[in-house]
Structure formats: structure tokens, C-alpha cells
Design a protein. Structure first.
Length: 397
């Protein structure tokens, strides 16, 4: 059997993606994502709402007409204008509470934006991985194509059996099916990224994994605590609870009412200013205890939230280290292991059968695929660790 006619070329996978910043793409996502656009509109409405509710109530005007019975007693006409006021501290506390509400709304908006940006960046990572699968499929199909031509010629010359030839055709069909699945997945990802970015998704051939600096866990966690909304929203709840206590206390102060009124009965007329004082004795009963309980709950919730997030960060960082170690180890093995050369030589010298060759080749392909998966997981973990996007400026409105 003249297997020396077979020229086999197996290429090991190169996973050193060329540097490319995805910051421009993420900027387009911030400009065009429907969810972010809707979030801005909601934030504007929250801003308008925060500027209401801390002014005195509108003046009250009353007019009365009372016909006399009997008519000889004459008619009675009354009118009055009055205005009530809380103590200034009430309006100040309401204003500060509304301002805290808006500041929290800004944090929630930024949290939503960060979540969508992380989703978009994960899409770029998925797109890059699928492009690697497709490129690898092209290399494998080219290799199998050469084998198919060589074995077809040897089949015609009676040097190989139809079983051996069909084995190659089956392998080729499997590779083509895999490539179709990768392309379908790639098209779906691009369509989704286009929706996010207003059709500004980079070409798959130009996209690369995003760049991240090697994380220092302590510094990174401190950085996230400082600027990620998920760490600061619970803290804002405590501020609101404290301000609510001050508001309830100020509402215990008397409410002042001043006015001007007139009463006309027959030929008599009584006109002059009036002043009143409303003393809250029972209306706010229990509200202060409720406000203090709310503050205690917010503080406990903050501590619990921080413990959960710190634990999640530690687990994610440890998983990152594990994936990084496995990725670098497998990459080094595949780079140093000359699987293609060894398999080709063994097949040419008749040391292994064609079936054994494809078994070994499939294992090698599986290792290459596993390397792409590890690389994708590696970058997804980095993306999650850097989900506060320190290099991007996200405006509140």
C-alpha cells in the first residue's frame, strides 16, 4: 500500500489573539441598546419625581352662602383663604430623601447598564470563540480533503479498500456538519450583538478577546466596592433609612396654618386674619419605631449583602485561577506535542491502521476544541471579575 502518496498537514491551534480593544463597540452598545435607551427615559422621570413633594400644600379657599330662615333674618355669606405650613425641617428632610431616591435610581441605572455591557462583552467572547472553531474546521477539512483525494486515487488503483475510503468520507461529513453548526451559532450571536449596538458589531475576523490586566484580588475587590453599584445600592438604603428617621422626627413638630376670612350676616360684617396650630398627638404614633427598625434592617441587609458578594468574588477568582492553570497547561502541551507529525509517520510506516489513526486524530481534535472552550471560559471569568468596567464612563443621564 503506497501510503507515502498521502501528504498530511495537521496544524496546532494558536490561541494568542491579536490585541484589540472592544471599548468602541461597548460605547456603541451604550448609545444604541434599546434597554439602555429606555433606562435613560426612566431615569429622567425619576429625576422629575425627585423634584416634587417638598413644598407646602396649595392654599385653600372656601366660600359659603346660607339663606336665612325666615328670610327676615337675612342671608349669611362667608369666605376664607388659608395656607398651612410644616416646619422647614420637614421640607428639607423630604427633599434630601427624594435626592437619595434619585441617587439610588442612578445607581440602579448604572447597574443595568453594566449588566448589559457584560452581556455584550460575553457576546464578543462567544463570537471570537466560534470564529476560532470555524477557522479550525477549515484547517481540518483541508487536511481531510487531501486525504480523500489521495485515498480516492488509491481506491481506484486497488491499494485501499472501500471501507478505508468511506472512513475518510464520514470524518469529512462530520467536520462539515460541525462547521455548519458553528456558523449558525455565529450568525445568531452577530444578530444579537447588532441589536445591542445598532448594527455596529465588528467583523468576526477582526474581533478578538478583550484585554484585561492580571487581577490582584484584594485591589480588584476594593475597586469594585468603591464603584460598582451592586456594592453601593445597599449602602444607599442605609442613608435613606437614616434620613427617614429624621423626617419622622420632624413630622412630630406642630403644623402652622394662617389665613384670612370674612363673615357677612345681614348688615354685619366680620373680617380679619386667622391663625391655627395642628399638634400631632396620635397621627405619627409608632412611625419612629418603624423608621428605626427599617434602619436596623438596612444595616443588617448591607452586611449580609457584602458577605455574599465577597464570597462570590472569592469563588469566582479561585475558579479563574483553576481555569487559567488548565488553559495554560493544555496550550503548552498542544504546542509542544507534534501530534500531526507523529500520527503521519506512524500511518506512513504502517505502525497504525487508518481506524487507529482517526481515533487518535479525533482525540487530538477534542483537545484542540477543549482548549478553545477553556480559553473562552478564561476570558468570560475575567470579564465577570472586571464587570465594573473601570475604563468606561457611564453617565447618569
Amino acid at each position: 500500500m503506497n501510503k507515502t502518496l498521502i501528504i498530511l498537514a495537521l496544524f496546532s491551534l494558536s490561541l494568542n489573539a491579536f490585541p484589540q480593544d472592544v471599548k468602541d463597540f461597548l460605547q456603541k452598545v451604550m448609545e444604541h441598546h434599546p434597554g439602555i435607551i429606555a433606562g435613560k427615559e426612566l431615569l429622567d422621570s425619576r429625576l422629575a419625581w425627585s423634584m416634587t413633594g417638598y413644598t407646602p400644600p396649595d392654599p385653600a379657599v372656601q366660600i359659603g352662602y346660607f339663606p336665612g330662615i325666615p328670610e327676615t333674618t337675612g342671608d349669611k355669606v362667608t369666605w376664607s383663604v388659608s395656607q398651612s405650613f410644616d416646619f422647614p425641617s420637614v421640607y428639607r428632610n423630604i427633599k434630601m430623601l427624594r435626592q437619595n431616591d434619585y441617587e439610588q435610581a442612578v445607581m440602579e441605572y448604572r447597574y443595568m447598564v453594566l449588566s448589559l455591557l457584560e452581556e455584550a462583552r460575553a457576546g464578543i467572547i462567544e463570537m471570537t470563540a466560534l470564529k476560532k472553531y470555524i477557522d479550525m474546521s477549515d484547517i481540518r477539512l483541508a487536511h481531510i480533503g487531501k486525504m480523500e483525494k489521495a485515498y480516492k486515487k488509491m481506491l481506484d488503483e486497488g491499494e485501499v479498500t472501500i471501507i478505508e475510503y468511506n472512513k475518510i468520507r464520514i470524518a469529512e461529513a462530520e467536520l462539515e456538519n460541525n462547521k455548519r453548526e458553528y456558523r449558525t451559532g455565529l450568525e445568531s450571536v452577530i444578530s444579537y450583538l447588532d441589536m445591542m449596538s445598532g448594527n455596529n458589531t465588528p467583523e468576526p475576523g477582526q474581533a478578538a478577546y478583550p484585554l484585561f490586566r492580571e487581577p490582584d484580588p484584594d485591589k480588584l475587590l476594593a475597586e469594585k466596592k468603591k464603584c460598582h453599584p451592586a456594592y453601593n445600592i445597599p449602602k444607599k438604603e442605609i442613608e435613606k433609612a437614616k434620613r427617614n428617621i429624621e423626617l419622622v422626627k420632624s413630622e412630630k413638630l406642630p403644623e402652622l396654618e394662617i389665613g384670612y376670612s370674612s363673615e357677612i350676616v345681614a348688615a354685619s360684617r366680620f373680617t380679619g386674619p386667622s391663625i391655627g396650630l395642628r399638634i400631632p398627638l396620635w397621627e405619627n404614633k409608632g412611625k419612629l419605631d418603624l423608621a428605626r427598625a427599617g434602619k436596623t434592617y438596612s444595616e443588617a441587609e448591607y452586611k449580609k449583602s457584602m458577605l455574599i458578594k465577597e464570597n462570590e468574588f472569592e469563588k469566582k477568582y479561585n475558579k479563574y485561577l483553576s481555569v487559567k492553570s488548565g488553559f495554560e497547561s493544555l496550550e503548552r502541551i498542544l504546542r509542544d506535542y507534534k501530534a500531526g507529525e507523529l500520527l503521519n509517520k506512524a500511518l506512513e510506516e504502517g505502525e497504525i491502521s487508518l481506524i487507529e489513526y482517526f481515533t487518535e486524530l479525533k482525540e487530538f481534535y477534542d483537545s484542540e476544541d477543549r482548549l478553545i472552550e477553556l480559553e473562552k471560559e478564561y476570558y468570560n471569568l475575567l470579564s465577570s471579575l472586571y464587570n465594573h468596567f473601570p475604563d468606561l464612563i457611564i453617565t447618569g443621564n
